[in-house]
Design a protein around this ligand. Structure first.
Ligand code: ZN
Length: 466
């Protein structure tokens, strides 16, 4: 008996080994199939390491941004459009990770796990991708950034369509600079493969006062009637939060208009770490967001080790807080949209080789960031900033609402001049568009970021206004 069962057991060993082998094989195939057939040696997809068998990429109007012709990847005829859309289109080598030529490579080539590259061989090309952006608008925004590095994003805050996404520095993809731009020492091409809109994070500076204001509206009952003092600085536990002005005694609306640091440091202290953190949690700080297949850099807010003085600085956006520009656009978009954010989208549609639409972007609600009443109050405050402080003449006929920021940066964040921000939106019924502008080391928010925002929004009005 004993001998028999031992023999039976011996028979099991090869059977178990065989099954285990099958599992490993299937697992390896499942996890690597994509890499095996998409690898650069596959000549159906790549020539000399460059993606060729991909479909067309067009903008929202159908203008060609990239296509395959004569076995080569070709781009828009206009140099300024090629440069301004570099980061959304991406390069054919895959250096720009968030570009659709990389992030939507499977869709563009028509590769699927089940069929492999069968369809590509059959039709000779992949699927076509229509982007949400308007190429001319991207070019205008890119030009408006002038000689500065930075980013501009514009979104329809009712639908989520990202009509403008541009990031600088960039280069003309058709005439790639001959020097080694990845290791460029001059600083001209610093972070050139990074789409700053999706992958950048910045100190928010005074744009964060919009968030402190939201928390104040929700948590401080008499915020509208409080009068607080600004003597040019607010002292907390022996340290002080400096203000750029000596604003005297002022109320909430005026304090946001003139961006008084003393006022908002005091508001942050009244709120305390718990309430301010709860507000940032509701807005999606420390959370991962995606735009289609593109992952956003995470905005971070953390007061766990903050002193009272730190809390004061956090209230004016000058603590360890970092904000991603696309996330900031979702936040101002939510204010404009009555409190609920919409999910931004970059890919408008995907059409397969037989002309069938296989994906169509639709409007999806995102986080309920603010209550309707808080959103309405914030709309009024941001409108007051433009009307009573920056001046409507800076945004002719746009009925803009917004807030500037001049974010002081530490030397390890790069440069000594502050980053200039503008976040805002138009209240015109025919122009439901929100905008974010970051000009790296640009200096003052109102002197540098407002003109960029205005030039971009004027183009938005020209394109979509009625
Ligand atoms: Zn002040």
């Amino acid at each position: 008996m004993k001998t028999l069962s031992r023999r039976a057991w011996l028979l099991y060993i090869p059977a178990v080994a065989f099954l285990a082998g099958l599992c490993i094989l299937f697992y390896t195939f499942y996890t690597n199939a994509d890499n095996w057939s998409m690898r650069k040696a596959n000549r159906h997809l790549y020539t000399s390491g460059t993606l060729i068998a991909a479909g067309n990429i067009t903008d929202e109007t159908g203008a060609i941004l990239a296509k395959t012709a004569d076995g080569k990847r070709q781009y828009n005829e206009s140099r300024s459009i090629r440069t301004a859309t570099l980061h959304v289109v991406g390069d054919a080598q895959g250096f720009i990770a968030t570009g659709v030529q990389t992030s939507y490579k499977d869709e563009l080539t028509g590769y699927t796990f089940a069929n492999g590259i069968y369809d590509i061989k059959k039709y000779g090309k992949g699927n076509d991708l229509q982007l949400a952006v308007n190429a001319e608008l991207c070019a205008e925004a890119y030009k408006a950034l002038g000689n500065n590095k930075g980013t501009v994003g514009v979104m329809n805050y009712r639908t989520g369509q990202l009509v403008c996404v541009t990031s600088k520095p960039a280069y003309d993809i058709q005439n790639r600079p001959s020097q080694d731009i990845a290791n460029d020492k001059t600083g001209e091409y610093e972070g050139v493969y990074l789409n700053r809109f999706f992958s950048g994070v910045y100190t928010p500076g005074s744009t964060f006062k919009v968030i402190t204001s939201a928390s104040a509206i929700d948590n401080i009952a008499d915020i509208d009637t409080q009068k607080l003092k600004c003597t040019g600085a607010h002292t907390i536990d022996g340290g002080s939060v400096k203000c750029l002005g000596k604003h005297g005694t002022l109320g909430f609306e005026r304090a946001l208009n003139v961006s008084c640091n003393s006022f908002f440091a005091q508001v942050a202290l009244q709120l305390g770490t718990e309430k301010l953190t709860a507000t940032t949690d509701a807005l999606g700080f420390n959370q991962n967001f995606t735009v289609g297949k593109i992952r956003l850099a995470k905005s971070t807010f953390d007061l766990s080790a903050a002193s009272k003085l730190d809390l004061g600085w956090a209230g004016i956006g000058q603590y360890t807080t970092l904000v991603n520009p696309c996330h900031m656009l979702m936040i101002v978009g939510a204010i404009a949209n009555g409190g609920t954010s919409v999910q931004p989208y970059l890919v408008k549609s995907i059409t397969n080789q037989t002309g069938k639409t296989v994906l169509e972007a639709k409007t999806e609600a995102g986080l309920q960031m603010f209550s309707a009443s808080t959103a309405k109050k914030l709309q009024e405050l941001l409108r007051s900033n433009v009307e009573n402080y920056y001046g409507d003449s800076k945004f002719r006929k746009l009925e803009m609402c917004g807030k500037t920021g001049t974010a002081e940066v530490s030397t390890d964040e790069g440069g000594d001049k502050p980053h200039a921000w503008f976040v805002g939106f138009s209240q015109r019924k025919d122009l439901p568009y929100a905008i974010v502008v970051v000009v790296e080391n640009g200096g003052g928010g109102s002197s540098v970021a407002i003109p960029v925002a205005n030039k971009t929004m004027q183009k938005v009005a020209e394109l979509y206004g009625k």
